[in-house]
Design a protein around this ligand. Sequence first.
Ligand SMILES: C[S@@+](CC[C@H](N)C(=O)[O-])C[C@H]1O[C@@H](n2cnc3c(N)ncnc32)[C@H](O)[C@@H]1O
Length: 195
Amino acid sequence: MSTVSFPALEPLIIEAAQAPGHFAEFGVFRGGTFLKMLPLARRFGKRCVAVDSFCGMGEPGPMDGGEYPAGKFNVGGYDSLLDEIIRLGCVDVVDIHAGFVPDVLDQVIVQQFAFAHVDLDHYQPTVDTLLWLWPRVSPAGIICVHDYFEGEPGLASAAVRDVAEQLGQAFDVVSSREGVTVGVSSHAVFRKDGE
Ligand SMILES: C[S@@+](CC[C@H](N)C(=O)[O-])C[C@H]1O[C@@H](n2cnc3c(N)ncnc32)[C@H](O)[C@@H]1O
């Protein structure tokens, strides 16, 4: 996992905020990115949806290798995240859904998204989330998938390529440091055509 560069993400969130619908992150962990999205959600009148097992990764599949074993990133529930959300005075704009993708997706109340950050690392939950999200993203909305690397044969990178092919949808690659890909935040960016 590389650390998410919020300065790279922020202009994309602001761009997408012009679209109807709300914000979401799938794969929240301790809230390093999610908590920074909250002031933007407040500013643009959006809800901010958090989806995570909050007990870490599920079982890796055949496309995942051994880098992310089951239970990695276990934060023991979302109590600490909720404390931070309360401290920031943003509890009224947040929906938290705890559980594993794909089952947890049935709990999500918001059904229209302007911006979503997908940071689940494993291949299958990334595919499931992207296919669930795409019809729910508004025209001019954006999905950013963290940890996209051109040469990576599995994990989220393979999920991005497979979903892009299935949807017939192009994506851009945004890195926070030009020409450097190791240990640096890198995103695949799907933009839905405006109407
Ligand atoms: C790399 S961390 C996310 C980091 C976070 N976005 C940040 O900016 O700090 C990956 C997260 O995905 C969650 N996750 C992975 N697979 C999942 C699945 N199938 N369902 C729900 N959550 C999952 C893990 O619990 C973990 O919190």
